[in-house]
Design a protein around this ligand. Sequence first.
Ligand code: ATP
Length: 932
Amino acid sequence: MGAIGGEELTKWEKMQGEVSSGGGEEKILVLIRLRPLSEKEVAKNEVADWECINENTILFRNSLQERSMFPTAYTFDRVFGGDSQTRQVYEEGAKEIALSVVGGINSSIFAYGQTSSGKTYTMVGITEYTVADIYDYIHRHEERAFVLKFCAMEIYNEAIRDLLSADSTPLRVLDDPEKGTVVEKITEETLRDWAHLKELLSICEAQRRIGETSLNETSSRSHQILRLTIESSAREFLGKDNSTKLSASVNFVDLAGSERAAQALSVGARLKEGCHINRSLLTLSTVIRKLSKGRHGHVNYRDSKLTRILQPCLGGNARTAIICTLSPARSHVDQSRNTLLFATCAKEVSTNAKVNVVMSDKALVKHLQKELARLESELRTPAPSSTSDYAALLRKKDLQIEKLEKELREQTKQRELAESRVQDLLLMVGNDEDSTEWGGISNRPKWQEGNKWEDECSVSDSSVTDDSHYQDIGGRKMGNSVNSRPSKIEFFNNPLTGRGTGEDPNEICREVRCIEMDESGADKISEPLAFSTGNAEGMHSNVAIDELESTPPRQVTETQSSMTNGILEERHQDVQMTIGSLVSRYPEDPSPWAQGNMSRCESQKLNRSWSCRATLMAGSSFPDFETTGDSQNTPIEGFEKSFPGRPEGFQRMVPPLNYDAARLSRNDSQSSMGSAFVDELKAQKNKNSTDEDIPSIDTFVAGLKEMAKLEYEKQLANCQGEESKAEKNVKDVGLDPMLDTAESPATWNIEFGIKRKAILELWQSCNISLVHRTYFFLLFKGDPTDSIYMEVEMRRLSFLKEAFSQGNHAVQGGQTLTLVSSLKALRRERDMLCRLMQKRFSEAERNRLYQMWGIGLGSKRRRFQLVNRLWSNAHDINHATQSASIVGKLIRFREQGEAPKEMFGLSFVPAAPASRRSLGRKRNNDHWASLW
Ligand SMILES: Nc1ncnc2c1ncn2[C@@H]1O[C@H](COP(=O)(O)OP(=O)(O)OP(=O)(O)O)[C@@H](O)[C@H]1O
C-alpha cells in the first residue's frame, strides 16, 4: 500500500469536516480530571485541597496556609471536577479527537496520573463511548465499507505483551518502511460489532489482572495501549477504484502510575520494575518537554518502548488528547503537582495530523502511470503560456548555478585554508630546524630548485634586493646543500628561514633522521622527529606527516612552493598597503615609506634584511643576549628541559620570555617589556648611530615567539592526559584562541576588536614601551592567525598590571621593575623618540604633524609635546593608529618590518576542523602543534 497526495487528498480533507475540524498542526489537547475523595481517603479524614473553579482552571486551595512556592492556579483546555461524569469528559473533551479516526486521521487519548487517581476509570469509559460513536457513525454511512480492527498490548518492564493472546512471549517493535513503527505479530481482531468489542475489552482486562495478581499488587504498574484501526472505502471520493481507502488508528493509552519509583518501589525486582516504569514515563516526560520547546534537535523517542510505539501520537501524524487524573487529597499534593507540571508541558506540544489515504499497489501503479502519461504529453506539446514557465525555469536554474558557484568558492576557500595550513606547518617545522642551523649551512629544500628564492637568496647582506627578505644569510645558495642530503626532511624546511648553523651537517642529519620519505610517497615514521623539541614537536611532526603523506613529496612541494609564493606576495602587499595607508596621511612625505611600492633603489638602502637581522641576533648585535642568556633567568628547569632538541646556542641568542610571576627577567621580557627596550637602549648608548638605539623587530619577534612557545609548552604539559581532560585544561585556561577562531571565524573580528582594545588599555596602564606597542600594533591587525599573540600579550600584560596594582615588582636582569621604574623607562624612551623626530622628519613634515596634533607652531618644546602625546590615549583606535604610524617611521618600521609576518614565522593558519579530524589527533594537541 502506498500513500497518495495531490487533489485526491483535498477531497479527503474536505471530508474531515464531517466529523472533526480536520488535521494540520495543532496543540495537544490537555484535560484535567479531578476525582472525588475516595472512601478510604474520607475515612482517613483526608482534606481535598484541589478545586476546579471554572471549565479551565484548577486551584490549589491550601496555598495560603502552606505558603507554597508553587503556582496555585493551573489553566488547561478543560478541567473536570470531582462531580463530573466520564460521559462529560468524553463529550466535552476527548470525543472530537477520538472520532477523527473515522475521517482517516490518527488519534490518541492518554490517561496520565498517579496510582488510584482514576486513569483506568476514565479510560474504560472513554474507550467505550468512542467505539459506540464509531459504530453509530458507521451505521449512518452505510454507503461506505468500514473495517474495524482491534489490538491491545501491555508494556511492563519494557517488555510488550499481547493482551489478546495467551502467549506471553514479549513482542518486538519494528520499523516498517511503509507503516512506520509497528509491533510485530500482534493479534489484530476484526471487530464484528459493539458486543465483540466489549468481549475483547474484558479479555484485555482479565489478562492485565492476571499479570497484576501475579505481582500481588492492586495498582496497575504497566502501560496499556488499546488500538482501534478503521479502514474505510473511499469510492465516493476517489472514483470507483475500491482498492483505495482511508486508514487510521485511535489509541487508548492507560499509563502506569506516574509516582516515582523511589516512593513505591525500593529494591531488587521492584526497583527494576520502577526503573522500567520510570524509563517509559521519564522518556515520555522528556519527549513531551522537548517537544514543548519546539521541534528542534533530537527527540529521544527511541529510549523507551512506550515512546517508540506512541511516537506518531506525540509529535507526528496524530491528533492527541491527554487526560491527567488527580486525587484531591492533601497527602497526594506532590504527585498532583507533578501531574500538573507534566500537563503544563504537554499543552505546548504540537502535532501535525494528516488524512491517511492509502491505495493498493495496483492502484498506486495505475495512478503513477496516469501521472507519467500526463507529464509526457505536456512535454510533447508545451502550452503557449509556457514561455513564462521557461523563464521561471531559467531563473531557477540560474539560482542553482549561483548556489553551486558559491559552494565551489566555499570549497576552494576551504581547500586553500587547508593548503595554507600545510604550508604553515612546513614553515613552522622549518623555523625549528632553523634554530638548529643558525649560522652557516643552508638547508635549502629540494623543491626550491629553480624558483626565484633560490636565485635571489644568494644575495649577500650588502646587496639586498626587493626580495632581500627571502635571502639566505650565509650568502649560500639555498639549493646546493639539500641535494647532498637524503630526501627525508625536505618538506619541513622553511625556504624563508633556511639558515645554517655552522654546526656539523651530520649533526643536523642526525636530528632529522627519523623521517624517512621515499619518492613514492610511502612515508614511514619510525618515531617522532628527532629535531622536534619534546613531545609537542613529535606530535607536530606526525601531524604534518599525516597531512602530507597522501600526497607524493614532489607534488606537494611544488604546490607549496607556488602557494607559498602566492600567500607571501599577498601578505607582503597587505603589510605594504597597510603601512602605506598609515603614512599616506603625510602625502608630501618624500620618503619611499609613503609610496605604495618600494623602489629597488630604496630597498637597497636597507641595511638590515631579514637575514641580516638574523645575523645580528646570531652574532653580536645584542651582546646582552650572549652574556646574560646563560647566567640570568634562562628557565633551565622549564623551557630547555621540554625542548631537548633545541641547540644550546639558540637559547643564548634568543632567550625565552617568561612572564611567570616570580621572574620577569631581562631575557624574559626583552621584546615586550617597556623597560626591557630601554635597557637595550641603555646598553647601546655607546653606539653613535641613533638607529642602533632602536630595538630591532627581530628582538621583538623572537621574544613574542618564545613567549607563545613557552605558553604552548605549558599547555602541552596539561594536555598529556586523556583527551577530554586535556581539552578541558586548555579551555580552562582560556588558551584555545586559535581553535576558537578556527571554529568561529565570524566572531574573530569582534574578538580581535575587544582584545585590541584591552591590550591598548593594558599597555597604557603598564607603561609599556612605545616601540613595543608600535611593533605589535603594526604586525597584528586582525588576521585570525594573530589570535595566539593577542592572547599571550593580554595574559602577560594582565599579569603585569596585577603585579603593579598590588604594589609588587617584577625582577628584570637584576633590576626591579615597578610601576615607577617602567614610567621612568617610558620617559627615557620618549626622549629617544624625541631625538629621532629631528632625524626622521623634515621640518615641513614636523610642522604638519604639530598642526595635526594641535600643537602650536610657535610653542616651546614642540617635539617633546608631540612625542608625549603619542600613545597617550588608550581608548581611541585612531589615536593608536596615528601613534603607530609616527613611531613606526621613527623606528624605521617599514624598513625593518617590510617583510610580512610570515617572514618571522608569526603567522599561523588555524587548522580547519575537518582536517583536524582527519589527522586523528587530539584536538588540542593538534591545535597547539599547528602553532609550531
Ligand atoms: N472520577 C471518579 N469518580 C469516582 N470514583 C473514581 C473516579 N476516579 C477513580 N475512581 C475510583 O478510584 C479508584 C482508583 O481508580 P483507578 O483504578 O481508575 O485508578 P488508576 O489511576 O487507574 O490507578 P492505577 O494506576 O493503580 O491503575 C477506583 O476504585 C475507581 O473506581
